[in-house]
Design a protein around this ligand. Sequence first.
Ligand SMILES: Nc1ncnc2c1ncn2[C@@H]1O[C@H](COP(=O)(O)OP(=O)(O)OP(=O)(O)O)[C@@H](O)[C@H]1O
Ligand SMILES: [Mg+2]
Length: 263
Amino acid sequence: MLTLSGVNKTFYPGTPNERRALVDVGLEMAEGDFVTIIGSNGAGKSTLLNVIAGSIPADQGSIRINDRDVTKLSEHRRAAAISRVFQDPSAGTSPHLTIEQNLAVALTRGQRHTLSRGLTRARRKQFREELATLEQGLENRMTHRVGLLSGGQRQALSLLMASFTKPTVLLLDEHTAALDPERAELVLRLTQNVIADHRLTALMVTHNMEHALRLGNRLVMMHEGRIIRTLDPESKASSQVSDLLDMFGDAKDSLSDRTLLSS
Ligand SMILES: Nc1ncnc2c1ncn2[C@@H]1O[C@H](COP(=O)(O)OP(=O)(O)OP(=O)(O)O)[C@@H](O)[C@H]1O
Ligand SMILES: [Mg+2]
């Protein structure tokens, strides 16, 4: 379904600033897999998602989505298969457009022949129903500009928009990190619902180990550009945060930034 093999990415190669962001990364995901990714700052988590999305080209290795080699395809050409939600609530939506305009734009994203973005009565009805599932009352604010919404509401909207194109893969990069604990919980719940309702294959980066254990069916640990450990559904289900810290310690003898990981 999604297969990465031998993926390498080095920034500024051959210079004093050389950064090996991805080192021989391999990952095989089946349809419906939901992988959570943890690792310290600079471990390569965002680079991994960027390479999957095509916003950064891999130096070596291959990426296949549904048996199609997309390694050389531009980000734009992959857009129909991949949706993303970022940490910054302002990244996924257009603040100057209304909620319904944002949704209409999202609906046509990734389509080769852009359909009318017009807001027909039927489309508004569909949007209202979809928005109601977010339980934020946004279905009654469809003509409000998105810039007026709270961060949590914008992330909820971003998630809904990300599901619109029926992507094969959903990439979430610390998408709850900028939210207060209550909003983060809400957006996590919506995340689970959207993934289940649309039967998406998903990768979610988080620094919150408890979230990484609670969501998804598999877990990947990264350190210094490498996947240092993968937990299958059984071991993930039976692991605690303290186990994850122990595993990190085992995989990397002197992991100096445990506090960062658990924050
Ligand atoms: N566009 C870029 N140009 C140059 N270096 C980059 C770029 N993106 C990432 N890097 C470097 O690659 C390494 C991995 O960065 P990456 O952003 O993937 O880490 P991360 O695991 O997402 O970290 P964080 O938890 O802080 O978000 C880092 O050393 C970073 O400085
Ligand atoms: Mg990152």
